[in-house]
Every structure is written in structure tokens, then in C-alpha cells.
Design a protein around this ligand. Structure first.
Ligand code: SF4
Length: 471
């Protein structure tokens, strides 16, 4: 049986019709709200709102930045585009400068004339002077940058300041040499392609070869200290170049020292008292000691070396290596005509001292220039003495040292003998001069002896006697 409630008379079709009618009318409603009602309410609101000068927006520069590429690997290049426009349709902009902060680890490749990059401690500031921009004016700046390859190894030579003036060296490498260079009659430093003038201020001589601004190099090194795992220092003499100590102190103060391997060439003449403590803080220290002989031979070649000071510093460094296994050393003589005959004695001295933490065999540099100071210029009539002296060393090695060590020394020092015998050059003309190597040696030695109040006859008598028999 059906109930008495009136049945909903709207069918499905009527309801759909209704919905469609509302849908068709909605644009009209929206237009009325947007065009009539919204401005009406806005005008009503504005008429009550207090208006100040700050509400008048000044024209400004609008910049959109777009980056093309991804910095995922060191060395990858990306392109940054800055599109700018004057926001005003009516007013120009004057003296517009635009700046962006870039990550410190990116390197900018190409910069247009009116742009620059400033290095900060934690970032790089890219800056462009855009000047005046007309109403509606717009433009584009593009920039190519790449992710920096981290600098891990610095091989650095901070000038030529040195506290020795070794006979085979010169004013290019040693500031102390300059006075003697002038006393020898030179007015320029001319053994490089560039000729360096020598300036005199009172009694002091100086040259641009050593007097240059080291600050940018030091700054670059400090900025990269977080990446560095190896620093190799030479000079001049690194222990007397104050910037080196500042670099090491910075590494200690900022907790980088424990990650850094230090390598040195040092003449071991003047070691600052705090050096021993500084070195002990680094991950690893490798000292190559430039010492060319024992006693008088060392002091003659490496003026104003004092053998007792050198000997004491070698031994002190040895003690340091015993306390700190991260520190190691070797001695590396430079073999010249002056010390070739003493070298076998030095090898024995080194071996007999049993510097257990040092390399078992001294490193070896054979001097190749100046040519008149090489062992090839040893008087021909006396070269057989070199052969005899080294054969005597080799026999001593075989009799006193374990086989591996003896073989190592013999192989190394046989190279010195071979080089000495390879050529006789005493009558050969010295490069670029009118006289022979024999004359160049005698002249160089006599002049320096007189300037330094030294004597070849007293310090190295066997060489003095031998050169009397130059051909
Ligand atoms: S210590 Fe080195 S830089 Fe100094 S004079 Fe000797 S060789 Fe030259």
C-alpha cells in the first residue's frame, strides 16, 4: 500500500536543468562582482584608509636569476643569467649597481668590463655597475662559473730571503748574496731572461727579484687551508721567511695542522725556538737538510755557516723525530767541485751517527750549474783521486754495512764518479764568456775568498793543490 506523503514532483531531468541554468548564469555573476561590486568596495575602503608617501612605490630594478646547468663535479661549468628591467614605465633609474652573493667554491670564468668579483672569507660577491636605465629599460647579464677544483697541494717559494750565500747559489735565490754580487762588479741580476736592476739605499742593496708583494699568495693559501693536505716550502731559506711561520700558526689556530703534511728544504742554520713545538702539531713533517760537508768544507761553501751550530741543529732535529714519529728527515748535499772529495767522509759520518729515524742513505743533488763549479771541472790530472776515494768508500760499505744498505750507497755514489769522468771541461769555454771553466772557477773562487775573507787553501787544501795543475 502507498503512503499518503506527496511524492517529489522534480524529476532527474528538471534537477539537471536547474544546475545548468546556474552554471550559465555564473559568468554574469562573476562579471558583476569583478566590474561593479569589487571596485565599489575598493573605492569605499580606499576612501577610509590613511594614505602616506610610502604607499607610492618608487621605480626600482627588478632582477630575475636563471641558472642553466648543475654544479655537481669540480670543474663543471654552469651559466647564470640575470635579466633585469626598470619597474617604472615613466621614470629612469640612475647609478644602478647590482650585487649577488656566490658560493666561495665557484670560480667566475668571464666577467664583462663593468662587473667584478670580490673575495670574502665565506663567499664571493659578484657586482655589476649598470649605470642609468631608461623607463621600461631592460637587459641581461650572463656569467659562466665553474665549481673550483679544491687546491690540495701548495709548492710555494715566498721570496729569496736567505741567511746563507752558498758558492753555487746567487742573488736570484739568496738575498744575502746581493752585496757580494755587487762587490764582484755586477750592476744587474742578468742570468734570467728578465734583467733585474739593483737599487742601493745607504749601504743596503735590494732588487725586485726578491722585493715583491707576497700578500696575495699568502691570502690565497689561507683561503684554501681547509682543502690543503700538503705544503712544500723552500726559499731562500724558509725558516727565516716570516710569512711561512704565520701560515703554519694559522693552520694550528684553525685546527687544520692535523691534516697537513709539511715538506721543507732548509739549511738548518737558524731555527726559531718555537719551531720545534709548531712542527710537532702537523700531521707529518718532512725535512730535507741542505748541508754540503763537514766542518770547514760546509762553512766554506755555505758562508756564513758555522759547523757547530749546524751539527747541533741536526742532532736537535733528530731528537724531535724520536719524540714525534710524524716527523722525518734526510740530509741532501749538493755535490760540487768543492766537496766531491769530502763526500765519502760525510757518508761515513752520516752512517756512523746512526740517525735511526732519518733516511738510511743521504739524498743527493749533483750540481749542474754554474758549469765551472761541477765535478766535471775537477782538474783532469787529479780525477783518478776521485775514483780512488770513492772505491775506498765502497769497500768500507761492503765491510761495515749490511748488504742492502751497502749496495744502495754504492749505486748512488757511483753516479757521482761516472758524472765526474764523463767529461773534462777545464779548457772548455764558459757559457757566454770569453774565458774557460778553469779561469771561471779560479776567478770566482779568488774573488769570493777575498770578499768573504776565506781561503780555499786553508778550508779545502786538497782542491787548492789540485787546481795548481789545471791544464
Ligand atoms: S741556503 Fe739555499 S737559497 Fe740560501 S744561498 Fe744556499 S742554496 Fe741559496
Amino acid at each position: 500500500m502507498e503512503s499518503g506523503k506527496p511524492k517529489n514532483s522534480e524529476g532527474i531531468l528538471a534537477r539537471r536543468e536547474k544546475k545548468l541554468a546556474f552554471l550559465l548564469l555564473s559568468p554574469t555573476f562573476l562579471l558583476v562582482v569583478g566590474i561593479v561590486l569589487f571596485p565599489l568596495f575598493a573605492n569605499f575602503w580606499i576612501s577610509f584608509k590613511p594614505i602616506s608617501l610610502a604607499d607610492l612605490r618608487p621605480p626600482t630594478i627588478l632582477i630575475k636569476e636563471r641558472i642553466k646547468g648543475k654544479l655537481e663535479q669540480p670543474g663543471e661549468i654552469i651559466r647564470i643569467e640575470y635579466r633585469y628591467r626598470n619597474s617604472s614605465m615613466k621614470y629612469p633609474l640612475a647609478d644602478v649597481v647590482f650585487e649577488d652573493k656566490l658560493p666561495k667554491s665557484v670560480e667566475v670564468l668571464d666577467i664583462s668590463q663593468n662587473c667584478s668579483v670580490e673575495e670574502l672569507s665565506d663567499a664571493k660577491i659578484f657586482k655589476c655597475v649598470l649605470g642609468n636605465i631608461a623607463p621600461k629599460g631592460r637587459g641581461k647579464i650572463t656569467l659562466n662559473v665553474f665549481a673550483e677544483v679544491p687546491l690540495k697541494y701548495f709548492d710555494i717559494r715566498l721570496g729569496n730571503k736567505c741567511n746563507q750565500k752558498c758558492r753555487m747559489c746567487g742573488p736570484g735565490d739568496s738575498s744575502l748574496w746581493l752585496d757580494d754580487w755587487v762587490k764582484m762588479g755586477n750592476t744587474k741580476i742578468d742570468f734570467y731572461d728578465d734583467k733585474y736592476e739593483i737599487k742601493q739605499t745607504g749601504n743596503r742593496f735590494s732588487s725586485m727579484i726578491g722585493d715583491w708583494n707576497k700578500e696575495p699568495f699568502v691570502e690565497q693559501l689561507l683561503n684554501n687551508m681547509h682543502n690543503i693536505d700538503r705544503i712544500y716550502m723552500t726559499g731562500g731559506e724558509p725558516t727565516v721567511i716570516k710569512e711561512y711561520w704565520a701560515i703554519l700558526q694559522y693552520a694550528i689556530d684553525n685546527d687544520y695542522a692535523k691534516n697537513i703534511n709539511l715538506e721543507y728544504n732548509s739549511n738548518m742554520f737558524v731555527i726559531p725556538t718555537n719551531a720545534w713545538d709548531i712542527w710537532s702539531k702537523f700531521k707529518r713533517v718532512r725535512m730535507t737538510m741542505s748541508i754540503d760537508g763537514l766542518q770547514d768544507v760546509q762553512d766554506y761553501i755555505r758562508f756564513p755557516s758555522k759547523w757547530p751550530v749546524i751539527d747541533a741543529n741536526i742532532r736537535r732535529f733528530y731528537e724531535l723525530t724520536k719524540q714525534h714519529p710524524n716527523i722525518s728527515a734526510t740530509i741532501a748535499p749538493t755535490i760540487t767541485i768543492y766537496n766531491v772529495m769530502q763526500m765519502p767522509d760525510m757518508v761515513k759520518w752520516y752512517t756512523n751517527n746512526k740517525f735511526e729515524t732519518f733516511d738510511p742513505v743521504m739524498a743527493l743533488h749533483i750540481c749542474h750549474g754554474p758549469r765551472f763549479l761541477t765535478v766535471q771541472n775537477y782538474p783532469k790530472a787529479h780525477k783518478h783521486k776521485i775514483v780512488d776515494k770513492y772505491n775506498e768508500l765502497f769497500n768500507w760499505c761492503n765491510d761495515n754495512l749490511e748488504q742492502g744498505l751497502a749496495e744502495h750507497i754504492i749505486k748512488k755514489y757511483q753516479g757521482v764518479v761516472d758524472f765526474a769522468l764523463e767529461k773534462d771541461i777545464e779548457t772548455e769555454v764558459t757559457n757566454g764568456k770569453e774565458w774557460t771553466n778553469k779561469h771561471s772557477f779560479l776567478q770566482h773562487t779568488e774573488k769570493l775568498d777575498s770578499i768573504r775573507n776565506q781561503s780555499l787553501a786553508t778550508s779545502i787544501p786538497d782542491l787548492y793543490e789540485a787546481v795548481q795543475d789545471y791544464e
